[in-house]
Design a protein around this ligand. Structure first.
Ligand code: DX5
Ligand code: ZN
Length: 223
């Protein structure tokens, strides 16, 4: 697994949906590394977002972009995963609370050549990861309760980033840790200091009227 350290994953949840093509093209040109695609089902979280047809359309328009599909759905099923795989997902994460056979689902994702990740809610302990390293390419540490953009990072969740990195290190595993929720230029370097490498940024990028300035500020803070 070779990843460049520090990636910005822009969450389109906060983009101007009626000008999404323009917003994504601009963010990619400014150096956004990954497109974070939040899938919500009004069941796992109290909100509803984008289906696989929407992803397929985006992939068609941006074939070289890396699409990081964050499934906030309950239950997670192979059929759902397959739909997003077919639509062009490069990475897929899901929440273990919504899946009985987590190991099987991670294997299924990896067998399709897609990076597999588990997403951990703020209150979800990371201990289960101990038995799943072989099947994990990344861990998504939620730093807010999922469902909405624009929330404030829950400070207590940051220690989990370090816990996950340390647990992986003990097993000689190279696992990418992605953080999701409230990341902005004023806290991104602090979050990086806990060991995170991929930063989901929604409102602080797509919600900004000056995306160039926003991206410059994020990259500067990480440098
Ligand atoms: C929250 C989503 C996030 C969200 C992040 O449920 O998983 O990806 O869009 O948005 P910000 O960066 O605004 O917290
Ligand atoms: Zn997300």
């Amino acid at each position: 697994m070779t990843y460049k350290t520090f990636k910005i994953a822009g969450s389109i949840l906060s983009a101007d949906l009626l000008n999404l093509e323009r917003d994504v093209a601009e963010a990619l040109s400014l150096g956004m590394d990954v497109v974070h695609f939040d899938v919500m089902d009004y069941h796992f979280v109290p909100n509803m977002t984008f289906g696989p047809g929407f992803l397929a359309a985006m992939k068609k328009r941006f074939p070289d972009a890396v699409f990081d599909v964050h499934l906030m759905v309950d239950p997670v099923s192979e059929a759902i995963v397959d739909d997003y795989a077919k639509a062009g997902a490069d990475w897929i994460s899901f929440h273990p609370e919504a899946c009985i056979h987590t190991e099987r689902m991670l294997s299924h994702i990896q067998e399709m050549g897609i990076k597999a990740g588990l997403a951990l809610n703020p209150s979800t302990p990371p201990q289960m990861l101990r038995y799943l390293w072989d099947k994990l390419d990344f861990v998504l540490v939620m730093t807010v309760n999922p469902g909405f953009g624009g929330q404030k990072t829950i400070q207590a969740t940051l220690k989990k980033v370090t816990d996950v990195k340390n647990m992986a290190k003990e097993e000689n595993r190279e696992i990418l840790v992605e953080v999701d929720g409230g990341v902005k230029s004023s806290n991104i370097s602090e979050i990086a200091s806990y060991g995170a490498e991929v930063f989901v940024v929604g409102s602080a990028l797509f919600g900004s009227s000056d995306k160039k300035q926003a991206m410059d500020d994020l990259k500067k803070a990480l440098a």
